[in-house]
Structures are given as C-alpha cells and as structure tokens.
Design a protein around this ligand. Structure first.
Ligand SMILES: [Zn+2]
Ligand SMILES: [Zn+2]
Length: 339
C-alpha cells in the first residue's frame, strides 16, 4: 500500500509500505479521510519531543471496514473511526476507562507506528468506534479534534448560560467555541493574534473577537459585557494565562490545553487567583465516552465542518499539502488527506 513515511524530522515522503496484517482481534480498515493535526506538523517538522521514527503519522481519520473477524459486531463496508489511545490496561486509570491518564499510554500514529496517512490500517476491535451516518464522509475526519473540544468543555464544567472566552482561535479553539455554543453558552468571545482567525471566527458565527497585539487585550475582552465564567487557553504563555486569570469572575474556571514545552512552569497571577478562588483545570486529549457528545453535536450541525475544512488533497500529494500548510497559514484551518 501507499503510506507516508517519516524517516526523521523533515525527511518524509509517500512510498510503498507493507500492507498491515490484522491479527484475530483486529479489523483491516480502508482509510478514507484523515485531518492533518498540529501534532502531525510538530512531529514532521521536528518540533515534537515525543516523536519516534520511522513512523506513519495520522490519527484524525474515518474509514471503512475491509475485513473483520466473523463473530465481531462490525461488517465490511461499515464506516468507523478509532479511539487511538491505548493504555497498559492494568493501572487504576486504565481500569477506570481513562487510558489517557495512564503513565504508559500510546496514541497510534503519534507514539507508535500505524497512523492513518496510509491506505490501510489494522485496528484492534476494542478501539473501533462506529460513526453516525452524517459522518460517513470527509466531515467525519473532524470528529477527533471536535472531541478535544468536547473534553475541554467537560473539564471546564460548561453549562447553559455560561459566559465563555477562548484564547487561541485555530482548529481546537474553534471546536471549543462551537461545543460551548452547542451546549448553550450565553456568550463566546474568541481571542487570537492572527487577523485570519478573526475572519474564521466571524464565519463560524463568533462576532465577538479580541485581536491580541496592541496591549489592550484585557480592556477589549472585558468590553464584551465584563468577566467570564470559563476561559479556555490554547496558548498558555505568561501573557495569555494572565489575561485569563484577570478576566474571570470570582469562582471562575481557567482551562489550559497547550502542550507544555521545555520544562515550562505554569505562571499565574497568584493573588488574583487566590482572591477570586479561581479554578484551574487541565485538559488533555479525551476519554472514549466523550465521542458520544461529539456525534450528538455534529449530527445536530453544531460544528461547521464545511467552513473548517480548508483543503482536501489525495494521499499522493501529502508533501505539497504540508508545504501549503506551512506557506499559507492564513488560508488554512483543517487540511484533509483523502485516500
Ligand atoms: Zn490531533
Ligand atoms: Zn494504564
């Protein structure tokens, strides 16, 4: 089969790779659509400390069952995706169905080979997820990042009527905002430093936007009817953490999502956080059960996948898709590879 092979940072190509051979507890899946994630870009461009190589990356996918053991609940032709996180299966977190908290967890296509920038995958049956009919197409590839947004909202205690701000309005930020709106947020204000993100936010129906860079972020954010119940921070540098802490109501919740780099410490204005009894919660990946919320929201049309998909390239053109992502950051949100 054809697959992307990442040999080492910045050395990657589409090439022939041996077809996967499924074991008796696995299905052979024909990959249809895979989104390129910021994690993939970090791996490929040598910006990720986690990368192993050689590897075929890709974890935001939908596909169809090609072959499956006879007694399984799946049938050939059925559309599926995968819960890509696998833990040790014996620790407390794994037994509690939180493998993303397992000390030795692995995400297929990130920490282990077998990612979906390929024509075929062998997927353990217990990691398969059936897709609702509305996602039997390219839009299904956005279910995985949408689930990151679902998980962040669950972590933040999102409920109807809450006032929400989202710092970092790219793919994940846009998902977080749309989930919050889908769950009845009173207001959603998006915050970013890229003007192109303001256009994206407006197209997604988020007219309230703060452009970072002029030093008036705090004032501009609070100008939208005052303090917030929940602020999601996808950036997590000192400036954004401070903006979040200073813009929350007392008892409000800050949800941090950015991957920490280089021994980073979380620096928040302690007196503000202390005086207002703020909650600081962390959000990483998602639990398996979070997907049900995603399917519900996406089936209701709460996530505008049409606007978010900015490119659809065949697998053979993976390298030019990556170049376009790098060279035209203003034009792209989610680039999808179709096979
Ligand atoms: Zn991802
Ligand atoms: Zn475990």
């Amino acid at each position: 089969m054809k697959a992307v092979i990442l040999e080492e940072a910045n050395v990657f190509r589409v090439d022939e790779k041996a077809d996967p051979t499924p074991s008796e507890n696995e299905a052979l899946v024909r990959v249809r659509h895979t989104g390129i994630c910021a994690t993939d870009v970090a791996m490929i461009r040598g910006l990720s400390p986690l990368v192993i190589a050689p590897i075929t990356p890709g974890h935001e996918w939908v596909g169809t069952i090609e072959e499956v053991p006879k007694d399984s609940e799946y049938a050939p032709g059925e559309w599926v995706t995968m819960y890509p996180t696998k833990g040790c299966e014996v620790c407390a977190a794994c037994l509690d169905e939180r493998p993303h908290h397992c000390n030795s967890f692995r995400v297929t296509g990130v920490h282990q080979d077998g990612g979906s920038f390929a024509e075929y995958l062998a997927v353990p049956l217990d990691q398969l997820i059936k897709l609702p009919e509305t996602l039997h197409n390219i839009h299904g590839a956005l279910a995985e990042p949408a689930t990151v947004g679902v998980h962040a909202n669950l972590q933040g205690g999102m409920a109807a009527g809450k006032r929400v701000a989202v710092i970092g309005a790219g793919t994940i930020g846009s998902m977080i905002g749309q989930v919050a709106r889908g769950w009845g947020a009173a207001d959603v204000v998006m915050v970013d430093r890229m003007p192109a993100r303001q256009k994206l936010a407006a197209d997604l129906g988020f007219e309230q936007f703060v452009l970072v860079g002029d030093g008036d972020e705090q004032e501009n954010l609070l100008a939208y009817d005052g303090e917030f119940d929940i602020i999601f921070d996808n950036v997590c540098v000192e400036q954004t953490l401070e903006l979040a802490a200073n813009s929350l109501k007392s008892g409000g919740t800050m949800v941090t999502l950015a991957f920490p780099h280089d021994g980073q410490k979380l620096v928040v204005p302690y007196m503000t956080a202390y005086r207002r009894e703020l909650h600081i919660v962390f959000s990483r990946n998602y639990a398996r059960g979070d997907w049900d919320h995603t399917f519900d929201l996406m089936s209701k049309g709460a996530i505008d996948t049409e606007r978010m998909i900015s490119g659809d390239y065949p697998l053979e053109n993976f390298v030019s898709a990556m170049d376009d992502l790098r060279d035209k950051p203003d034009e792209h949100v989610k680039v999808v590879i179709s096979t």
